[in-house]
Write a protein that binds this ligand. Structure first.
Ligand SMILES: NC(=O)c1ccc[n+]([C@@H]2O[C@H](COP(=O)([O-])OP(=O)(O)OC[C@H]3O[C@@H](n4cnc5c(N)ncnc54)[C@H](O)[C@@H]3O)[C@@H](O)[C@H]2O)c1
Length: 437
């Protein structure tokens, strides 16, 4: 088969939905993607190294909040989706999306070990006429500099024998309006032929595809989006600390500024950055940028300011207790919400870790409640979620760290003695018991 024939044959298979789709890494990103392609009529194989996830999925049980088991189960029962730990399944796939984690090391350097491990396995089973797409968030250049050489060890040539793209994942867990299917999908290829095949692939299952000219552009798009958020949150967190010093209500300032119909977008302060993306991804960019001799000073500064917020919150709690004649030492502080954001069960990088760590260090007695998180570990100690009403009544101070919509705020205010609100969850309520961020 000549090269353009390989491309045409793959495109035809994709358009006929005969292509076998492989998804490597079945977490918050990979599982919803697998389900979208299965729903679009493809046969999808998910590969994950975690046996408990593979077992759960093959029994039709989802562990990702945005993928209800009722949606997954019929796809499993009809054979449209199955999961495996065996990478040999890649041999039967025509496409593979890589959705494995990309954490930071303690030094804030990128940890690409999961991508490398996945690509080494894929390289063992890659065959002519395949499309491989990296979706894990990473620094610009990863697809061409790291993934491509690993795959070309197979002897196959990119753009000719196989096609390689990067497509950033923009999923926003818990968002009821925008989910995998209706979030526009940016995709860039190592060669124009790669980009073409990648775009046609996503068009089969997702509503809008945005082709860009290269993998580096696609990689940078994601980092721009997340860096934009991180820096604006840093700005507004700094503004919150300024307003606090000047006795100005920062929330009222933001709400009024947001009435400007152009040129302003509201961001809100909080107890610190959480989640898998915003606190992590910009440091991928700053690491790479240093290699080109440019210090990413906005990123470093916003990172520094955002890291001050848990300290700021703990000072607020301590001062609030002081104002009613109590030291933080041995006071009972009840934390409301430990997930990293509203209405999700994800605690990765949650600011609750830092806030609770600092409170423990200053001798506070801690408890928490969170309808999404039954168990939470702080400094190696295992905490179980407590009954909200007993805890709120008994606490010397309640601190709202996550503003889940299930919380009954008027009742919480009524039953608390003192309440530190880091999320403006008590907006519209007034009481001398409330201390706002
Ligand atoms: N969670 C989000 O909201 C979000 C949003 C956009 C982008 N991302 C990016 O997407 C990527 C995946 O994130 P996630 O939140 O889905 O992570 P996750 O931890 O929920 O899922 C990753 C999965 O990959 C599996 N895995 C790890 N190494 C593997 C390997 N070598 N082979 C096969 N499977 C392996 C893990 O067992 C896990 O199930 C990351 O790069 C992340 O930055 C995440």
């Amino acid at each position: 088969m000549n090269h353009s024939a390989a491309r045409s044959a793959l495109i035809q298979k994709i358009q006929d939905k005969q292509a076998r789709v492989g998804i490597v890494g079945l977490g918050y990103v990979g599982l919803p993607l697998a389900v979208e392609f299965a729903k679009a009529g493809f046969r999808v194989t998910g590969v994950d190294i975690d046996p408990s996830k593979v077992d759960a999925l093959n029994q039709g049980r989802s562990y990702v909040q945005d993928v209800p088991s009722q949606v997954l189960r019929p796809l499993v029962e009809s054979g449209r989706f199955h999961a495996t730990q065996a990478f040999a399944a890649v041999r039967d796939c025509d496409t593979v999306n890589i959705c494995v984690p990309t954490p930071l090391r303690k030094t804030k350097d990128p940890d690409l070990s999961h991508i490398v491990a996945a690509c080494e396995e894929i390289a063992r089973y890659i065959h002519p006429g395949m499309l491989i797409i990296l979706e894990s968030t990473t620094y610009p250049g990863t697809t061409g500099e790291l993934v491509l050489p690993l795959l070309e060890k197979s002897g196959l040539r990119v753009g000719e024998d196989f096609f390689l793209c990067f497509s950033p994942e923009r999923v926003d867990p818990g968002n009821p309006v925008f989910q995998t299917a209706n979030i526009p999908k940016v995709v860039g290829g190592v060669t124009p032929a790669c980009g073409e095949v990648g775009a046609i692939f996503y068009q089969q299952a997702l509503q809008k595809v945005v082709p860009v000219s290269s993998t580096q552009v696609a990689e940078m798009v994601k980092l721009l989006e997340n860096t934009f958020r991180m820096i604006n949150i840093g700005l507004v967190n700094e503004l919150a600390m300024m307003c606090d010093r000047m006795g100005i209500n920062v929330w009222e300032v933001i709400d009024a500024a947001a009435t400007k119909p152009f040129g302003f977008m509201p961001f809100y302060p909080g107890p610190g950055l959480g989640g898998h993306c915003i606190p992590v991804d910009p440091f991928y960019l700053s690491w790479k940028s240093k290699q080109s001799g440019i210090e990413a000073r906005f990123i470093e500064l916003a990172g520094y300011i955002n890291a001050q917020m848990p300290h700021f919150v703990v000072d607020k709690i301590q001062n609030a207790l002081n104002s009613v004649g109590k030291p933080l030492l041995n006071s009972r502080v009840h934390i409301l919400g430990v997930a990293y954001k509203r209405d999700v069960d994800d605690v990765r990088e949650s600011p609750a870790f830092d806030v609770m760590h600092l409170l423990r260090r200053r001798g506070a007695r801690l408890s928490y409640s969170d309808p999404f998180v039954p168990v939470f570990h702080v400094d190696g100690a295992r905490l179980e979620a407590q009954d909200i009403w007993d805890s709120v009544r008994e606490a010397d101070c309640v601190a709202i760290i996550t503003d889940h919509s299930a919380f009954d705020y008027p009742r919480i205010l009524d039953q608390s003695r003192l309440i530190v609100d880091t999320r403006n969850a008590l907006r519209g309520l007034n009481s001398p018991k409330i201390v706002r961020l």
